[in-house]
Design a protein around this ligand. Structure first.
Ligand code: HEC
Length: 87
């Protein structure tokens, strides 16, 4: 087997684990519950802020800055951002 194949096999459990964790946050239609993700994942380092605490235009910056630190992949970040910028 080629070395790079082994590398992907080694990563597979991590990838699967990430999917399983996100499944806890899915609605029946498969979309992610951004509100619950935000409340659970963005509260590990500090209390969550209210949506009104920052202008809608600033939330994308914060979600990109802190989303990865909260272990959120791009799909999860998009869901959190949808929640934070919902009027
Ligand atoms: C790994 C720890 C950690 C996680 C997880 C985390 N944050 Fe933070 N957050 C910080 C720290 C540290 C600061 C303070 C930064 C500073 O004062 O320079 C902060 C500050 C903020 C601020 C204030 C604006 C700023 O940048 O100072 C916002 C808004 C914010 N976080 C949003 C979020 C959101 C949204 C999430 C989830 C996607 C999140 N945070 C998850 C560590 C974290």
């Amino acid at each position: 087997m080629k070395p790079h194949l082994l590398w992907w096999l080694a990563l597979l459990p991590l990838v699967l684990a990430a999917c399983v964790t996100l499944d806890d946050y899915r609605f029946a239609d498969g979309t992610l519950d951004g509100e619950r993700l935000y409340q659970r994942r963005c509260s590990t380092c500090h209390d969550t802020f209210e949506r009104q605490d920052y202008p809608t235009a600033e939330w994308p910056t914060y979600v990109e800055r802190y989303g990865p630190r909260a272990g959120l992949n791009p799909e999860a970040r998009a869901a959190v951002l949808r929640y934070l910028t919902k009027q």
